[in-house]
Design a protein around this ligand. Structure first.
Ligand SMILES: Cc1cc2nc3c(=O)[nH]c(=O)nc-3n(C[C@H](O)[C@H](O)[C@H](O)COP(=O)(O)OP(=O)(O)OC[C@H]3O[C@@H](n4cnc5c(N)ncnc54)[C@H](O)[C@@H]3O)c2cc1C
Length: 197
């Protein structure tokens, strides 16, 4: 980075794992003015969303316990990075001037499957708000109602396992086979565990 008389303004867009770590690491330089932009006032541990949905764990952490001193939190969404004026425009109408931007917005879950009868019944689990909707929907179901988890990758397996451990009747639908990223022994272990539960 170049030498500046004024603090160098860094805007970190996205307060997930990457953005939060980046903001904290950047504090090692005393000449930086760091603002973290995130739509929610709390950190969402995405890797715990299946536990949050199944009510076996929590998935939010107060930024106050994560962010180092001096990092400003703007609870807002970036809508545009205007490179001509060096500003990050926010949904609230505010704009943040920057010298550098860290773009750490993560990934977005795909929309629910386009199976006609599943419309309105299928809920994604990849984001906090949809996981919360799923949790509320599960709360409304009788304990023995069948639940189908679609997707035999690691997130689907974790979700199915968590729900099964809560006593739910779960069917896991795997398009390309169970846990394609695991080794053959790993897949066998997962299949046995799921069958047992
Ligand atoms: C149920 C589940 C289980 C998982 N389990 C594992 C696991 O066991 N191990 C593993 O390695 N990975 C796991 N993953 C994947 C892991 O969660 C992601 O790889 C990880 O969250 C990516 O981190 P990130 O910081 O890039 O993005 P994220 O954690 O998604 O953070 C991005 C942040 O940016 C914010 N944001 C988005 N758009 C804007 C905007 N325009 N303006 C401001 N902020 C914005 C988002 O709201 C969010 O807070 C799991 C995912 C899910 C859904």
């Amino acid at each position: 980075m170049t030498e500046h008389n004024n603090p160098v303004r860094v805007v970190v867009i996205g307060g997930g794992y990457a953005g939060t770590l980046a903001a904290n690491r950047l504090r090692q330089r005393a000449d930086l003015d760091i603002t973290l932009v995130n739509p929610r006032p709390h950190f969402v541990e995405r890797i715990r969303l299946h536990q949050f949905a199944a009510r076996t764990g929590d998935a939010t952490i107060d930024y106050g316990t994560l962010l180092g001193d001096g990092i400003r939190l703007a609870v807002d969404s970036a809508t545009r990075i205007d490179t001509a004026t060096r500003t990050v425009r926010l949904a609230s109408g505010r704009a943040l001037d920057y010298d550098y931007v860290v773009h750490a917005v993560g990934s977005t879950a795909p929309p629910p499957p386009s199976v006609p009868d599943a419309a309105g019944l299928a809920l994604p689990i990849g984001e906090f708000e949809s996981a919360r909707r799923l949790r509320a929907r599960l709360d409304d179901l009788p304990a023995d109602a069948p639940v189908t988890v679609v997707g035999g990758g690691l997130t689907g397996i974790e979700t199915a396992a968590e729900l099964a451990e809560r006593g739910r009747r779960v069917t896991l639908v795997c398009g390309r086979g169970l846990a394609p990223t695991l080794s053959a022994p790993g897949r066998r272990y997962v299949a046995k565990w799921l069958a047992r539960h």
